[in-house]
Design a protein around this ligand. Structure first.
Ligand code: P6P
Length: 318
């Protein structure tokens, strides 16, 4: 089986970008170990702090964020890092070519129930006409990403990475701590009748969404109805969509008028959009392509419709 190192060389990925990718994955191996130890490592439960999102931070959120920060701050090719757990970007190596943005532990409410959680990351080119640590470094579009991926901490630790227009799956050998390719050129299966959405928000959706979801589950004819899955962690739901098809939806809602959308554009929607489009799927906000959307605020939130193109189109209100 091919190692990640060999794949990056075969794809002629810029050597400095390879170095940044290896730093992120080195951190993910440490996070995978900590997560795998569960409560024994004393990292379950909530910390006494809130992040910029106003969410109570889990101890493992903070630990994972610090592991990534420590490693990336030492990488000579990283100019700045942005994290879900940091209010502002952290300036690293002045003049370095790349930015890294990540959600260190997506789905952290699943930690204490031994559910799926994961690290989602994206790598963007740094800008020379902007201060190294400025938020404006990240005011780019999804198409500007040079690499994106996630590391899913489940029964296996699995990496999905999109780079040079390709998307590949790797699995961590926990004995020799190397990632080996387990799926080349991942392709999203089409026609799967499965959707992921938090149905508890039903009464806060637009009428269009209510009708469209009802249309999927109303038993007009048994072979036309859909099944539902909801993981509570985007990383787990998107991995299922990339593996067996279907669609993941987090539409806007009126539950909290101050926050109509939940998922973050920079370190959730952008990387997942790059992965899913590389696999032949579609990734939209309610206004259009995620990859064509330009970030205008570091922790900006957007509605997300991602997966099988036919299903994504069905949820786009023309
Ligand atoms: P809900 C996790 O906190 C997250 O950001 C995504 O990973 C996940 O899909 C969503 O929020 C879960 O939201 O409505 O189930 O709490």
């Amino acid at each position: 089986m091919q190692s990640l190192e060999d794949l990056l060389v075969d794809l002629d990925v810029d050597a400095k970008l390879q170095h940044v990718i290896h730093s992120i994955l080195s951190a993910s191996k440490e996070i995978s170990f900590r997560v795998g130890m569960g409560a024994i490592s004393g990292v379950h439960g909530a910390a006494e702090t809130e992040n910029v999102q106003g969410e109570t931070q889990k101890k493992l959120d903070i630990i994972s964020n610090q592991i990534l920060l420590d490693i990336l701050a030492k990488n000579p090719y990283v100019r700045s890092v942005a994290s879900e757990e940091e209010d502002l970007p952290v300036a690293c190596k002045s003049g370095a070519p790349y930015l890294v943005a990540y959600d260190p532990l997506d789905g952290s409410s699943n930690i204490d129930i031994n559910g799926q959680i994961g690290t989602i990351f994206t790598i963007l080119p740094a800008k020379d006409n902007v201060e190294d640590g400025a938020v404006e470094q990240y005011y780019q579009t999804g198409h500007d990403q040079v690499c994106a991926g996630y590391v899913l901490y489940g029964p296996a630790t699995i990496l999905l990475i999109a780079v040079q227009g390709e998307i590949h799956e790797f699995t961590l050998d926990k004995i020799n701590k190397e990632f080996y390719q387990t799926k080349a050129n991942v392709s999203l299966p089409h026609g799967t009748r499965e959707f992921a959405i938090n149905m508890a928000n039903y009464h806060y959706w637009s009428e269009f969404y209510q009708k469209t979801i009802t249309g999927l589950i109303k038993p007009e004819s048994q072979d036309k109805t859909y099944n539902m899955r909801w993981n509570g962690a985007m990383v787990g739901d998107v991995h299922r969509v990339l593996t067996r098809g279907g669609v993941f939806l987090y539409p806007s809602d009126t539950k909290n008028p101050a926050q109509p959308a939940k998922l973050r554009l920079l370190y959730e929607a952008f990387p997942m959009a790059m992965l899913v489009e590389a696999a032949g799927g579609k990734a939209n906000t309610e206004d259009g392509s995620i990859m064509q959307t330009e970030l205008s605020e570091l922790h900006q939130r957007v509605p997300v419709l991602i997966g099988d193109g036919d299903l994504v189109s069905r949820f786009m209100q023309s």
